[in-house]
Design a protein around this ligand. Structure first.
Ligand code: AHM
Ligand code: MG
Length: 343
């Protein structure tokens, strides 16, 4: 990577272009795709800041394909992503949490990517000025279609992602991405309208003292997961053991684990026998980012990135974060994935 220049500012656009130059067969289309995602993130960040002022909080009255109440900001986020690619001719289709079926975008020869996106992650935070995010995973692809659960044209596993990342809308707006060559984080400088490199070459600490989980469901978990939770306290009572942090936004909790170490887990429970989170646009993109930073992500049985993709809204249990902490989780579940030996 070239030095950032005399001002020390490395813009996201320049970073993407320099990554592209290191790929001899790159056509530039992935760079355009990532730049358009950043543009959508700026538009969404702007809307989130003024949502209460312009009547953009609250529900629409509709439900999405997951049976969840759709919020106005869910719709705004989804439309913003779709509009960002409507004229770009690089994305064949978008799989979105807010769309029943894959949304066909372009059919030209250059439209060679499949974009999987959760436009508004942590949507239960959106009406209370809490942290939310956008998660994305990118595949080279044809035109997927899904006739009510029948798999067609979808990638095989999350390992086929060519890029993934997230945008986190908190006190500042942060864009974190990987193209399989490490992980870098950028913070939006609102005065100049640019994401600037603030977190170069992020490495997830091997261990960490924080865990993030919704404890309200703990009695419904498998016994092994409950035993793991018990282990996070100090049985001697001499110290507190680990500390719990749970924001209600996967993006924010994984971002903490990525920077400071620790884990996030959402195991199966009575209401979610396969876990709550969706593989294509929540678990797999974050697993790609965290693995690239030296961390791990497992369903409890297998590496998240090795789960066979069957349907666009399929769910998967998730435990993600520091390598050593995920190994402890696996010890309680008596599993060990292949990716443990690869990282
Ligand atoms: P969403 O994309 O509809 O917001 O759902 C995903 C969110 C995660 O961000 C978060 O960790 C989890 O669901 C919270 O669920 P729960 O309220 O069951 O703890
Ligand atoms: Mg989500």
């Amino acid at each position: 990577m070239m030095p950032a220049g005399p001002t020390g500012r490395m813009t996201l656009s320049r970073h993407i272009l320099e990554c592209q130059r290191r790929q001899p067969d790159a056509t530039g289309e992935l760079a355009v795709l990532l730049t358009q995602l950043a543009f959508a993130g700026k538009v969404f960040a702007h809307e989130l800041r003024r949502a209460a002022l312009v009547g953009d909080l609250g529900a629409t009255g509709a439900t999405n394909v997951q049976g969840e109440a759709t919020r106005k900001l869910d719709v705004f986020g989804n439309q913003t992503i779709i509009e960002a690619f409507a004229h770009a001719e690089i994305v064949a289709a978008i799989v979105s949490e807010e769309e029943d079926e894959p949304r066909q975008i372009a059919s030209g020869a250059k439209a060679s990517y499949l974009l999987c996106v959760d436009p508004l992650d942590g949507s239960s935070n959106s009406d209370t000025n809490g942290v939310v995010g956008t998660i994305f995973g990118v595949y080279r692809s044809g035109q997927p279609s899904e006739a009510r659960g029948v798999r067609s044209g979808l990638p095989g596993t999350g390992r086929e992602q060519v890029a993934a990342g997230y945008i986190m809308y908190g006190p500042s707006t942060v864009f974190v991405y990987t193209t399989g060559d490490g992980v870098n984080g950028f913070t939006l400088d609102g005065d100049i309208g640019e994401f600037l490199l603030t977190h170069p070459d992020i490495r997830c600490p091997a261990e960490g003292r924080y865990y993030a989980v919704n404890l309200a469901a703990a009695r419904e978990w498998p016994a092994a997961t409950q035993a793991y939770l018990d282990s996070l306290g100090d049985p001697t009572g001499r110290s507190r053991g680990y500390s719990q942090r749970y924001s209600g936004a996967l993006v924010a909790d994984v971002h903490r684990a990525l920077l400071e170490g620790g884990t996030y887990f959402y195991p199966p429970d009575r209401g979610h026998p396969d876990g709550k989170l969706r593989l294509l646009y929540e678990c797999a993109p974050l697993a790609f980012v965290v693995e690239q930073a030296g961390g791990r992500a497992t369903t409890g049985e297998t590496c998240v990135l090795d789960v066979r993709i069957e349907t666009i809204h399929q769910r998967a249990p998730l435990a993600i974060g520091s390598r050593v902490e995920i190994e402890r989780y696996e010890q309680f579940l008596n599993t060990r994935c292949d990716c443990a030996t690869r990282s």
